[in-house]
Design a protein around this ligand. Structure first.
Ligand code: ADP
Ligand code: MG
Length: 270
């Protein structure tokens, strides 16, 4: 490589590192002509922990689903992990989904399988189902143990998933998502089934993954104080529209009350 090409490559590499991993413009989603999201713009950058806040029914899950092609986009654009979700090429939907780690409210583990095996299933989109028959490679097992260590429960590796507490099960689900070596993580109400103390620790774990591991996290929450305590930026959804998007440091509870006005200010309704 000549000096001039390497000099040119550096800014390109830098650009790739800093480009938004999620970039949504003027997005609309409708079910059977019934609009659910309208005019949504958002960016999630490397290192970001972005909270998507809104009352129940405001469209958080639909927005999350639209980013991996699980909800019907009717207008606008969505770029996720380098893919144009509204204009995917053949075969790219599967690739997109394997590049996006997902964490859900109900953990979605296989209860009778060991914690380690549950984490290993995160490698399936890349490694293929042959692993289910032939067993996972020692490299995969090593990596799975590494991620279990990352989420603080390596000592539970051999236990069946069902034997773990809710907070521990969500850590397994996060390790499984990491096993995909995702470019971005979407977490839809990941702490709605956990008590407040566990909720704090799971959100801090996700925030550490965003800032330390460089995998940005978009996390939906309906509990206002949790969003204020555990995010860098807050996007506020109400009735399918983004009412606000601002650094968390510039927001407080009164500023966020517009998301809930007229619906009571219950911060922990489901
Ligand atoms: P949130 O996650 O913020 O509680 P949702 O995205 O689940 O909100 O729902 C937003 C709106 O979209 C609700 O009015 C809901 O009834 C509607 N909705 C969600 N999914 C579907 C679907 N598959 N078919 C029809 N309507 C849906
Ligand atoms: Mg939801």
């Amino acid at each position: 490589m000549t000096a001039s090409t390497s000099a040119a490559a550096a800014p390109v590499a830098e650009l790739k590192r800093t480009l938004p991993l999620i970039s949504v413009r003027n997005l609309a989603v409708a079910y059977d002509d019934q609009p659910v999201l309208n005019g949504v713009d958002l960016d999630v950058n490397p290192g970001d922990m972005v909270a998507l806040l809104g009352a129940s029914g405001s469209g958080k899950s639909t927005l999350m689903k639209s980013l991996t092609g699980f909800a019907p986009i009717t207008a606008g654009t969505a770029r996720v992990a380098g893919y144009d979700v509204t204009n995917l090429r053949r075969g790219d939907l599967r690739k997109l989904r394997s590049d996006v780690g997902q964490v859900f409210q109900q953990f979605n583990l296989i209860p009778r399988l060991s914690v380690l095996t549950n984490v290993l299933t995160g490698a399936l989109p890349h490694a293929g189902p042959a692993n289910l028959v032939g067993g996972f490679s020692s490299e995969h097992r090593c990596l799975a143990m590494h991620y279990l260590d990352r989420v603080g429960i390596a000592h539970k590796a051999k236990e069946p998933a069902r034997a773990l507490s809710g907070g521990q099960q969500q850590r397994v689900a996060i390790a499984r998502a990491l096993m995909q070596q995702p470019r971005v993580i979407l977490a839809d109400e990941p702490v709605a089934s956990l008590d407040p103390k566990l909720a704090d620790s799971v959100l801090e774990l996700l925030r550490g993954i965003a800032t330390e591991d460089g995998i940005p996290v978009l996390v939906s929450l309906h509990v206002l104080p949790l969003a204020l305590a555990h995010s860098d930026r807050i996007l506020g959804l109400r009735n399918g529209r983004l009412l606000l998007s601002a650094p968390t440091a510039e927001l407080d509870a009164p500023a966020l009350s517009v998301l809930y006005d007229g619906e009571g200010t219950s911060h922990d309704d489901h």
